[in-house]
Design a protein around this ligand. Structure first.
Ligand code: NI
Ligand code: MN
Length: 225
C-alpha cells in the first residue's frame, strides 16, 4: 500500500486494491500541504478528533465524494447531522471495513468541532491493512498504555506528534516510541504553527539510537509500506 504525508497529521492511504483513505484531512487551511481538498480521493475518512487542524476539510470532501467517515460516536453523530455518511465507533472497539480493520485507542486530548460542538473524546487510530499495522496516535500526551498497545500489536508504522504545546514534544515522543517499539516512526504535528515549531531531525537523532527507523517525510511525499 502507499502512505502519503500531506503535512501536520494528514495522511492519505492507497491500498493495493485501490481504495483511498484519508486521515485527519486538514488540507485547504494547512500552510504546509502542497495538496488541496479538491485533489484528493476519499472512499473513507478517518478522524482522530474534531479540532479544526484534524477535522479539516472533512465536510467538503465527504459531501462531494460520498466518503464514509469513521470516528468516535459523538463526532460521527455530528457528521451525520451535517448530512455525511458516518460509521460510529468508540475507544477500544474495532470493526472490519472493506480495506481492513480499524480500532480506536485512547488519546489524552480534547475534541470540539470548529463550530463549537462537543465531539466526545479524542482518540488514536490503529489500522490493520493488508499485512501491516499503522498506529496514528492522534493528538496526545504521553501515556503508559502505549506500551500495551505496542505489546499487543506489532506496529509497522507509528505516526507520532512531536510539536509540543498541544501534544507530546520530542522528549516525550521519544519515550512513546520506546513504549510502542514500531518498525518505523514518522514524526507529525510540527511546524504548522509557530507554537509547534520543532526539529524533526533532533527527534530522528534520538530515535535512531533505539534502532527504530525514523522517516522524516517531505510535505506531499508518498512512500510504499
Ligand atoms: Ni487537537
Ligand atoms: Mn492538532
Amino acid at each position: 500500500m502507499k502512505l502519503r504525508y500531506f503535512a501536520h497529521s494528514a495522511f492519505g492511504i492507497t491500498t493495493n486494491k485501490g481504495e483511498h483513505l484519508l486521515i485527519d484531512p486538514f488540507l485547504d487551511g494547512n500552510p504546509n500541504s502542497p495538496v488541496k481538498s479538491d485533489q484528493v480521493k476519499a472512499d473513507y475518512i478517518l478522524l482522530s478528533h474534531a479540532h479544526g487542524d484534524h477535522f479539516g476539510d472533512t465536510l467538503k470532501i465527504a459531501k462531494k465524494q460520498n466518503s464514509l467517515v469513521i470516528c468516535v460516536n459523538e463526532l460521527a453523530e455530528y457528521c451525520a447531522s451535517r448530512g455525511l455518511r458516518a460509521h460510529n465507533m468508540h475507544i477500544g472497539g474495532s470493526y472490519k471495513f472493506s480495506f481492513g480493520k480499524v480500532k480506536f485507542t485512547i488519546a489524552h486530548h480534547g475534541s470540539i468541532t470548529p463550530d463549537n460542538h462537543f465531539a466526545g473524546p479524542a482518540a488514536g487510530i490503529l489500522l490493520f491493512i493488508e499485512d501491516k499495522i499503522i498506529y496514528h496516535t492522534g493528538d496526545t500526551g504521553l501515556f503508559y498504555d502505549m506500551k500495551l498497545i505496542g505489546e499487543m500489536n506489532k506496529i509497522d508504522v507509528m505516526l507520532c506528534p512531536i510539536g509540543d504545546n498541544f501534544t507530546m514534544g520530542i522528549e516525550d515522543a521519544v519515550k512513546a516510541v520506546e513504549f510502542v517499539n514500531p518498525k518505523m516512526v514518522i514524526p507529525i504535528h510540527y511546524n504548522t504553527f509557530e507554537v509547534i515549531e520543532n526539529n524533526p531531525l533532533k527527534f530522528k537523532e534520538d530515535v535512531d539510537k533505539m534502532n527504530v527507523n525514523c522517516r522524516v517525510l517531505e510535505y506531499g511525499e508518498e512512500i510504499d509500506i
